[in-house]
Design a protein around this ligand. Structure first.
Ligand code: FES
Length: 104
């Protein structure tokens, strides 16, 4: 069974924007809105110590603020050097204005 957790309201994350969400259980997550589609990943870069929501979101690509590595927020795939290890992604569900992620 997954652990389904409410992260935020959809209206808190306009298209093209992202939001840092720390859960009560200690998960550090990033919620992205790409043209109305929501995605959730770990907010921690897999390359070093950096918070991805302090970087830049362009279409489906999040660019890390630290060394400019990139990930595809849909799949977690590392798409630009120096990131090589994929980012953890989570299944998102939307119920009305509420955004949930399945965290296990
Ligand atoms: Fe993110 Fe290096 S810490 S690219």
């Amino acid at each position: 069974m997954g652990r389904k957790v409410r992260l935020c309201s959809a209206s808190e994350v306009p298209p093209g924007e992202m939001l840092s969400v720390d859960t009560d259980a200690g998960d550090m997550l990033a919620v992205y809105n790409v043209d109305g589609d929501f995605f959730v990943t770990s907010n921690l870069c897999t390359h070093g110590v950096a918070t991805l929501t302090e970087g830049w979101l362009e279409d489906h690509t999040i660019e890390c603020p630290q060394h400019g590595g990139c990930f595809d927020v849909r799949t977690g795939e590392a798409t630009h050097f120096p990131c090589e290890k994929p980012l953890q992604t989570y299944k998102v569900t939307r119920e009305g204005d509420e955004i949930f992620a399945d965290l296990d």
